[in-house]
Design a protein around this ligand. Structure first.
Ligand code: FMN
Length: 325
């Protein structure tokens, strides 16, 4: 397997594929599986639970992994950054909020900073700050995100990034997506949805099954799950999930949800405990179309690489060898 890009050199990895630091899903076992398969696994630091994060780093064992944090939430509990730095992570990724206050400490901690962006202005900010890599996340992504579509957003960010590697994210879950991202000028990809239903993922069994059954067309962006989870996300970002009876009831009636919030929080928590995916959130993106089964992360990653190589060879044959310009 031979696709090598500057991202491989930057992180010392074999394949230019990163596991997204999915809160509650990308634990140590999944991150380690992706890293051992030749990518880079990022543990999802999520909303901050020091004991949980310690357990996940332990679970990753001696695999070379990193971690990702939700920046606005990390700002409220900066000790989590210290906890992660103590583990000598291969990289840290910050998304959703102002990363700049954390930059000096991350530099001191001698690790690499990846910043995930949803707008070109954010991309410029990250490039100007000299971060090691930027993840350019299109709205197709599962979980929280913004409004730009991956296809035009990635090359526009590549034009801004100069020598800083761009990692494409949002809707990429197989080798065709990886090949397309490379064609757009990205140095690699970051995938969440593709690994959501991995054997090693911490998603619940029913959520994995729902992701396998579901299609990208069954997903939508909304804030309803943040409201019932009591998470005060800034309004710049909302969350793509599978549509279910809960989103259908409330995503177009936010005022109604506000009025009924106390009762709906209880209903949601009961559903979550019972793994009832008709009410609880199944957090996947448009790439749900491409999740065909529950398999080890290594199989997903290696399948992606082999398919990307086939794609790139096939595409290169479209160029006539003796074409005159
Ligand atoms: C279940 C799930 C949870 C996520 N949680 C986080 C998170 O905690 N922090 C973060 O930066 N991104 C999170 N994301 C977004 C990913 O970082 C990434 O942008 C996205 O998964 C890429 O698009 P894809 O899902 O189409 O692969 C999450 C995505 C999913 C699917």
């Amino acid at each position: 397997m031979f696709i090598r890009t500057p991202l491989c050199d930057l992180f010392g990895i074999e394949h230019p594929v990163l596991l997204a630091p999915m809160a509650g899903v990308s634990g140590g076992a999944l991150a380690a599986a992706v890293s051992r398969a030749g990518g880079l696994g990022l543990i999802g630091g999520g909303y901050g639970d020091a004991a949980w994060l310690n357990r996940q780093f332990d679970a990753a064992g001696d695999a070379r992994t990193g971690a990702g944090f939700i920046t606005w939430s990390l700002a409220r509990q900066p000790h989590l950054l210290e906890l992660a730095l103590e583990r000598a992570p291969a990289a840290l990724m910050l998304s959703f909020g102002d990363f700049r206050p954390f930059l000096p400490r991350i530099r001191d901690g001698q690790t690499k900073l990846i910043v995930q962006v949803q707008t070109l202005d954010q991309a410029r900010e990250a490039v100007d700050a000299g971060v090691e890599a930027i993840v350019v996340q299109g709205t197709e992504a599962g979980g929280h995100g913004g409004a730009r579509a991956t296809l035009p957003f990635v090359p526009a960010a590549v034009d801004i990034a100069g020598k800083i590697p761009v990692i494409a994210a949002g809707g990429i879950a197989d080798g065709r997506g990886l090949a397309a991202a490379l064609a757009l000028g990205a140095a690699g990809v970051l995938c969440g949805t593709a690994f959501f239903a991995s054997g090693e993922s911490l998603a619940s069994d029913n959520a994995k099954q729902a992701a396998v059954r579901g299609s990208g067309g069954d997903t939508e962006r909304s804030s309803v799950f943040d409201m019932v989870r009591g998470l005060d996300w800034p309004s710049d970002w909302n969350m793509r999930t599978m549509r279910n009876s809960f989103t259908q009831r409330w995503s177009k009636d936010i005022d109604g949800l506000v009025r009924n919030l106390a009762g709906e929080k209880v209903r949601f928590e009961i559903a979550r405990a019972a793994d009832d995916t008709d009410i609880a959130a199944v957090i996947v993106g448009e790439a749900a179309d491409l999740i065909r089964g529950i398999e080890p992360a290594q199989a997903t990653l290696h399948g992606m690489i082999l398919q990307a190589e086939d794609c790139l060879r096939r595409i290169s044959r479209l160029v006539e060898p003796n074409s005159k310009r």
